[in-house]
Design a protein around this ligand. Structure first.
Ligand code: TXA
Ligand code: MG
Length: 504
């Protein structure tokens, strides 16, 4: 009999402890985050907590790190929150976990899976950046490695069945993304192979990324790329983002790679950050609209990630919408706009980030300019590499046509509001946290009743699409706090509210 698929949190102390700061005085919000992300995963997987491998004293503020006791503490917190979690049997051998060899650790993992009846091949193994990776070779499932607090990557080379992410929220996005693929595509590997074949013979494939759905073609095949422009009715002056499997592949397409770009790739790839760099001649001019630069990004969605490993070329992909319209964050939204024109549309469920990638230009001397705010808050980039210049408003030549005044627009006219919109039964309201009085409007959407910008971003485009479909006279959208992802949300709302004729 097949066992249960599990999310096995190895090094529990390291993964949910210091990373999430749940033991510091300002802990309540972070503990809430930890619990809510574990809860998300527990809906589809058996959660298993393994004790920490770190040497005593390495992370001494965390009770979890002291072997089984701390893991039990977290398990109690989870049980109290109604989340089912399993622990390995308490080890009667008096082994200090800090002294376990990798073989010992690996053996413990096997034993645990047998006692708990797990299907390791269908499971995820979540670890910190320390040496746990060495335990992986005999693990048949998928490994997710959380980078260190300052973004340090895993020590040593990642195995082909492993990915590095930044926090537990991204772990949950990945795990649930895979679950969606299993549910919607059945045999996801086969769907990926078919899509790869279609791309190899010059076809166009719509596929999910963590930001929005993309419309992809072989970036090195000009005829295939030309199809993208046709399908999207996109002007040829608007360059495309080239998607790559990782930083190593990216190097093949850039003329020079300033040190700061390497640091950004190490820290934020795979993820919603696009870097614009001097291009090599092998990148077709059609892709870059004649610019001497190429926009590169390595997506974090499990499907896009696998697709890029299945083919041996980069994939050029704009968002899978008609030019100027709202980007699709579900397969349904792609079908609605472009369905009849696309050979293959891979349904991977809703995109977890929900906003297009943040686009940053890197000059040869290492200077950085923000061309489009997006799914990675630019503040996070600045924490790592210092100030990023902003492009000056609309009068600047649009270096990123996502920077055109009117873009991301629904058909229904849209106006912004700060405090309260004028009551009107023929109006729809897109509220951030608090809904307006009921009955005063034709339709209301709330982005995040918790006031969580990540959740609001993930819901923005679908909410706009639903409101747009109501056939109302006008939509009112509330400006959200201008911090973190709020900047990108407000940017999209402002562009969506530009009157027709204000852009393209
Ligand atoms: O999240 C995303 O970035 C999604 C997914 C599919 O990866 N893609 C996306 O592509 O939003 P698109 O084409 O809708 O937007 C790409 C943006 C445009 O604003 C484009 O002008 C800019 O990137 N861009 C591309 N190449 C550029 C270059 N060489 N220089 C400056 N801007 C560039
Ligand atoms: Mg777009």
């Amino acid at each position: 009999m097949k066992g249960k698929p599990a999310v096995i949190i190895a090094d529990t102390g390291e993964v949910v402890g210091p990373r999430s700061r749940i033991f510091r005085s300002d802990c309540s919000r972070s503990l809430t985050d930890v619990v809510s992300n574990l809860r998300r995963m527990a809906t589809a997987f058996q959660l298993v907590l393994l004790p920490d491998l770190s040497r005593p004293g390495e992370s001494s503020q965390t009770p979890i790190e002291k072997g089984d006791g701390g893991v039990r503490w977290l398990a109690d917190v989870l049980e109290a929150a109604g989340i089912s979690v399993r622990l390995p049997e308490k080890d009667s051998r008096t082994v200090d976990p800090g002294r376990w060899s990798m073989e010992e650790y690996s053996r413990r993992l096997q034993e645990t899976s047998e006692t708990l009846g797990l299907d390791l091949n269908a499971s995820f193994f979540v670890c910190g950046q320390v040496g746990t990776l060495a335990a992986i070779p005999d693990f048949g499932g998928f490994v997710i490695c959380i980078r260190g607090e300052r973004g340090e990557g895993p020590r040593g080379q990642l195995s082909p069945n492993a990915v590095a992410v930044s926090d537990l929220h991204e772990v949950a996005d990945w795990v649930l993304g895979e679950e969606e693929l299993r549910r919607r595509l059945g045999d996801a590997d086969r769907a990926v192979r078919e899509a790869a074949h279609c791309l190899r013979v010059g076809g166009v494939v719509a596929f999910p990324t963590e930001t929005v759905y993309g419309l992809g073609a072989n970036a090195l095949d000009e005829r295939a790329v030309a199809r993208i422009f046709e399908i999207k009715q996109r002007p040829r002056f608007d360059p495309l983002i080239v998607h790559v499997a990782d930083a190593q592949v990216a190097r093949e397409f850039v003329d020079s790679l300033p040190e700061v770009a390497v640091r950004l790739m190490d820290r934020f790839w795979p993820g919603p950050l696009t870097l614009v760099l001097p291009k090599r001649p092998c990148v077709p001019d059609l892709v870059t609209a004649g610019w001497p630069t190429v926009a590169l990004r390595s997506p974090r969605h499990p499907l896009a990630w696998r697709l890029l490993r299945e083919v041996d070329f980069p994939i050029a992909a704009p968002s899978a919408n008609r030019f100027g319209a709202v980007s699709p964050t579900t397969a349904e939204a792609v079908r609605e706009q472009l369905g009849h024109q696309i050979g293959i549309l891979l349904d991977g469920g809703p995109c977890p980030v929900g906003l297009e990638s943040t686009v940053v230009a890197v000059e040869n001397d290492g200077r950085l300019t923000l061309l489009r705010p997006g799914g990675l808050p630019v503040e996070e980039v600045e924490v790592l590499v210092g100030p990023v210049a902003r492009t000056r408003g609309h009068d600047d030549r649009p270096r990123a046509p996502g920077g055109l005044p009117r873009h991301y627009a629904p058909r229904t006219p849209l106006q912004l509001f700060k405090t309260s919109p004028p009551p009107n039964p023929r109006a729809g309201v897109l509220a951030f946290q608090t809904p307006p009085p009921p009955d005063a409007f034709g339709a209301v959407e709330v982005l995040s009743s918790r006031g969580d910008l990540r959740e609001a971003a993930a819901r923005l485009f679908e909410a706009l699409r639903r409101l747009d479909a109501r056939g109302l006279d006008i939509l009112y959208a509330e400006i959200v706090p201008e911090i973190g992802l709020g900047q990108a949300i407000n940017d999209r709302l402002r562009r969506a509210s530009e009157p027709e004729g204000g852009g393209v």
